[in-house]
Design a binder for this molecule. Structure first.
Ligand code: RIB
Length: 302
């Protein structure tokens, strides 16, 4: 069984600010950090750090080649990432005093992926393999269709959530990863809707899919058919929430691949995400397997 993440690689420019800039306002940042990110790359990093042999496919410019070295150092296989003549995707991240962020994306190579490249990548996978997708690259619908036609298991984190998500073949998705905002949008509910109610709506809309719904300090929820579970996050000083959801996704899947129950996988993913938010950055903040998989968490094979 092979695991493929087909997704974005970004250069994250993180501005530390007193508050998120308002319309018409100019503010000065107190610090600027250039680091490794992109939801696809972060999720591949989380899977790799969790000990899963993972392949990452995507597209970057020469300015992003440091991302490949970093990912390789975590154990991810980046041989399916194409280097083209343009720019790597970028994320301008404002990180305020309360550790909340606001992100502006520039697609770069992430939006230059072609249907021909997708066909070549997906042809290397077969029934039972797993693909992990987000919503930061071009032709995501086509990737889902091709992966499904080869019998791959489809994991989708429809983030960032925008109008394009509803045009994806969502009925082909086997596992959804959403935060409370994305979950509410997908459920047709307002952002203020109660998380358990959103979970039930999603379970009703996608009856054959597993639903993972993260809710910040309120932990994370799981639904699949009649199964329900809830994970609790650790009480840690929050330094930077960027990439916490990506850490959760990678570690949940890694735990399930180890044979953990839904509840154990949820607890593992919450622990990993809690550690990630206590550190700065995205990919670099993802903890190692040795920090997350405690001896007390014995896999239970179903
Ligand atoms: O999920 C966090 C990521 O979103 C950041 O690393 C940034 O690159 C954006 O893609």
């Amino acid at each position: 069984m092979k695991v493929l993440v087909y997704g974005s690689l970004n250069i994250d420019l993180i501005f530390s600010v007193g508050h998120i800039v308002r319309p018409g306002e100019t503010i000065s940042g107190t610090a600027l950090t250039r680091s490794a990110g992109g939801k696809g790359a972060n999720q591949a990093a989380a899977l790799a750090k969790a000990g899963v042999p993972v392949k990452l496919a995507g597209k970057i410019g020469q300015d992003g080649e440091f991302l490949l070295s970093l990912l390789e150092s975590y154990g991810a296989d980046t041989s399916l990432v194409t280097v083209y003549g343009g720019a790597t995707g970028q994320a301008i991240i404002q990180l305020d005093e309360n550790r909340q962020n606001a992100i502006i994306l520039y697609g770069g190579g992430n939006r230059e992926i072609t249907e021909g490249e997708i066909k070549a990548v997906i042809s290397g996978f077969s029934a039972g393999d797993m693909i992990v997708l987000q919503n930061e690259i071009s032709h995501t619908a086509e990737i889902i269709r091709q992966a499904k036609s080869r019998g791959m298991k489809i994991c989708l984190n429809p983030s960032p959530y925008d109008g394009s998500v509803e045009s994806l073949p969502l009925d082909m998705v086997d596992i959804f990863f959403v935060n409370e905002i994305e979950g509410a949008a997908l459920a047709g509910e307002p952002p203020s809707a109660a998380v358990p109610a959103v979970l039930e709506k999603l379970a009703g809309r996608f009856p054959s899919a597993e639903i993972l719904l993260t809710a910040g300090k309120d932990g994370a929820y799981y639904a699949f058919r009649e199964i329900r579970a809830k994970g609790t996050i650790m009480d840690v000083p929050v330094v930077d929430t960027t990439g916490a959801g990506d850490t959760f996704t990678g570690y949940f899947l890694a735990a399930r691949l180890r044979g953990y129950t839904e509840q154990q996988a949820l607890d593992t993913a919450c622990r990993a995400a809690s550690i990630a938010v206590s550190r700065p950055g995205a990919m670099e903040a993802v903890p190692l397997a040795s920090e997350v998989f405690g001896e007390s968490t014995t896999p239970q094979h179903e």
